[in-house]
Design a protein around this ligand. Sequence first.
Ligand SMILES: NC(=O)c1ccc[n+]([C@@H]2O[C@H](COP(=O)([O-])OP(=O)(O)OC[C@H]3O[C@@H](n4cnc5c(N)ncnc54)[C@H](OP(=O)(O)O)[C@@H]3O)[C@@H](O)[C@H]2O)c1
Length: 276
Amino acid sequence: MFGYPVEHTLSPAMHNAAIAALGLHYVYIPFSVPPDQIGPAIRSLVALGIIGVNLTIPHKERVLPYLDQIAPEAQALGAVNTVHNVESRLIGYNTDDRGFTEPLRAAGFSPQGKRAVVLGAGGAARAVTHRLARDGAQITLVNRTPERAQALADEVNRSVGREMVDWLHFAERTRLTDVMKGAQLLVNTTSVGMSPNYQAIPPIPLDALHPGLFVYDLIYRPQETRLLAAARAVGAQTLNGIAMLVHQGAAAFEIWTGTRPPLDVMEQAVLAGLER
Ligand SMILES: NC(=O)c1ccc[n+]([C@@H]2O[C@H](COP(=O)([O-])OP(=O)(O)OC[C@H]3O[C@@H](n4cnc5c(N)ncnc54)[C@H](OP(=O)(O)O)[C@@H]3O)[C@@H](O)[C@H]2O)c1
């Protein structure tokens, strides 16, 4: 993994546990790569014979010019989180959208024809919104910085060729209440509520949470954010970010090794890492 910083990542524990469980001869190592060094770092995969790498903040977009090929889903997102070295050709993928969508499907939720509210308009929101729009959901983006929400809505609508996404500011409480009451899915992609600021909660009207709303918070530290606790209290189905972390990692593992890793082993490694 190349990131900056990488000190708190759970990915090495998760991947090394899967490697050990399968008896494979690999090792997954985090490297702290400053932003201006991503070019030499990524080309070192070829020199060193490394089979692949995950990319995290701030490298997911910067890496694009250094790759030989980019898979369509990563092309659409303009962001790569997984690189595979295939006979010295570097191929970029994005497994974040599979990471997001597979736990949703496993929980029995199909986005087709549903109304979704996505909080945030950053990197994670991009993967989530593209995926949900392609899967047939009508989406309202809600963000603190309206320009970012508008830009993302325009980008996704252009990409799917239909008006699937509109946007609101958190301050538009009445409209946001109506939208939430009519929605079946609410996804928090903001970092609000993430440790160490776990007392924070996204500024939404909590009285608009309802039992018919599936509330998916991408945060995994803490495992139950205040948003998820509020949703659970009204009887809504909830999901935290652990499954997304495991599924995006599993998809990358499969790209590199051609082997489907044991998801339960990866999840146990993440849970153990979170307790530390
Ligand atoms: N489970 C997983 O595998 C997984 C994967 C990816 C990300 N995530 C989680 O998703 C979250 C976002 O990651 P990211 O990469 O998308 O980050 P990002 O690109 O920095 O985007 C952060 C978003 O949060 C909003 N935000 C931040 N502080 C806020 C505040 N005080 N009030 C209102 N909005 C605020 C930002 O709004 P502005 O546009 O106004 O700045 C932006 O929309 C993080 O918690 C991350 O851990 C989880």
